[in-house]
Design a protein. Structure first.
Length: 121
């Protein structure tokens, strides 16, 4: 019964907090700093199109991650191919974000194991 409660808690955590997109975002930021649109594109490309994120719902996640101290953002001016300048926020993962990623991965693996156990029974 305790294992079932643990799996249930992990699943609810992932579902409630949209933990899978959060986990993927933190994972990608571990690889390199990036701005929001880059992260949206990387998620789509690396999942081979199976996971798409709407930019409008993604930026609130980035703001929450920043508010929680998991990532920081730095405003930088970039020059576009048209010669015009554009302000972008480049996000960087902090140590707290790395710890959060480890926790989300553990929850994800617990849920996956629970699903695997059910499907193989």
């Amino acid at each position: 019964m305790a294992v079932q409660a643990c799996i249930s808690d992990s699943f609810n955590t992932l579902k409630r907090e949209k933990g899978s997109i959060e986990m993927l975002t933190l994972f990608l930021l571990c690889e390199e700093d990036a701005y929001g649109y880059q992260l949206v594109q990387k998620i789509k490309e690396r999942s081979k199109g199976f996971i798409t994120v709407q930019e409008g719902s993604f930026y609130p996640l980035l703001y929450r991650l920043a508010d929680d101290g998991y990532i920081t953002g730095e405003e930088v001016v970039t020059r576009m191919s048209t010669g015009r300048s554009r302000m972008r926020v480049i996000y960087h993962i902090e140590n707290a974000g790395r710890e959060r990623l480890a926790s989300l991965k553990k929850d994800y693996e617990t849920v996956q194991q629970g699903i695997h156990n059910i499907l193989d029974s």
